[in-house]
Design a protein around this ligand. Sequence first.
Ligand SMILES: Nc1ncnc2c1ncn2[C@@H]1O[C@H](COP(=O)(O)OP(=O)(O)O)[C@@H](O)[C@H]1O
Ligand SMILES: [Mg+2]
Length: 370
Amino acid sequence: MPASVSIQHLDKIYDGGVQAVWDFNLEVAPGEFIVLVGPSGCGKSTTLRMVAGLEEITKGKLLIDGNDCTVKPAKNRDIAMVFQNYALYGHMTVYENMAFSLTLRKENKEIIHRKVMAAAEILDLKSQLNKKPKQLSGGQRQRVAMGRAIVRNPKVFLFDEPLSNLDAKLRGSMRREIMLLHKKLNATMMYVTHDQTEALTLADRIVCMSMGRVQQIGKPIELYESPANTFVATFIGLPPMNMFEGRVEGGSFKCSLFDYPLNDKQREKLKDYDGKEVILGVRPENVTRSGPVKLLITNNENLGMNTLVHGKVGGKKIVICKFAEWCNYKPGDEIGIGFNPDMTHFFELPVQEFDANGKLVNEIPGKAIR
Ligand SMILES: Nc1ncnc2c1ncn2[C@@H]1O[C@H](COP(=O)(O)OP(=O)(O)O)[C@@H](O)[C@H]1O
Ligand SMILES: [Mg+2]
């Protein structure tokens, strides 16, 4: 049976006083695939390591399958963790690596054999069992690392950037394998990555973090279509959302680069913001081919199945996903563009917090105006 994980108000303050995680809360349902995503240093690994028991929990509570694990030693939590660097034993064969934790537990040899063979079958490693890790490709090594986790039949699987050492093509195929693995095992998984594509494709729910704080928790489509703030809006989605700073005034969004008339729905949404500074955000695929915003096309970037149009509005660079109907435009062309009003986002301005020495300690992203 897959386990639930309840993470309640977790803080982590490292020796020396650095607070890496602030008030982390998450209820993971049995069998759920959770992805923690955010830029390097935002506290993803620290959070995962607290769940694993590899890092002490400074404050808060952790329940696995209803049992309080806040101070339980890692080895008693019944979880398995897969790391970026594989952490395989070089002198052992693939078989021995996968069997290792069970051998340590002095498990019956036949049972070990059955479990290792079952994992090797799932991971397509049956022909590699007698090899040493150095004879394997990066992808195969990562599969062995996963096999080592599978044989333990843990309550929860934890992954910390397991694909970051692989080249782009292999990352794509391993991503699909992990997806299938999750389906086959029906296991609870928590997966850390800085890669928003991995988050969008793998997760049942994404936890998006910045500067030690959770910014939004939700289904991939929710974060993509309704980002809670400016951080999530620009971190999720590639190329990122185009953002313009301006002011709501007399039924328009006005910035130094253009005046954009708001429709009734948008005016209603922004009724408390008249005269105030806000940010308008629009994803590259939601830019339309006519409107009051003057765009100078600077270059096209052909990605095969679609093309990115790079241009400038005033001095500001923006990106548009170009489909067939944009094909006639060339660098140097000046056209009027607009924004699909149903897909245009508005945000409050971010607020920066500094300490007594003027060092930036937190940036509170601008909240979505809904
Ligand atoms: N052992 C440690 N001691 C002190 N600070 C640490 C330690 N490990 C991580 N940190 C700091 O905690 C913050 C979060 O790190 P980490 O959880 O590794 O982020 P991520 O995995 O998102 O890249 C960073 O500022 C990092 O420098
Ligand atoms: Mg990390």
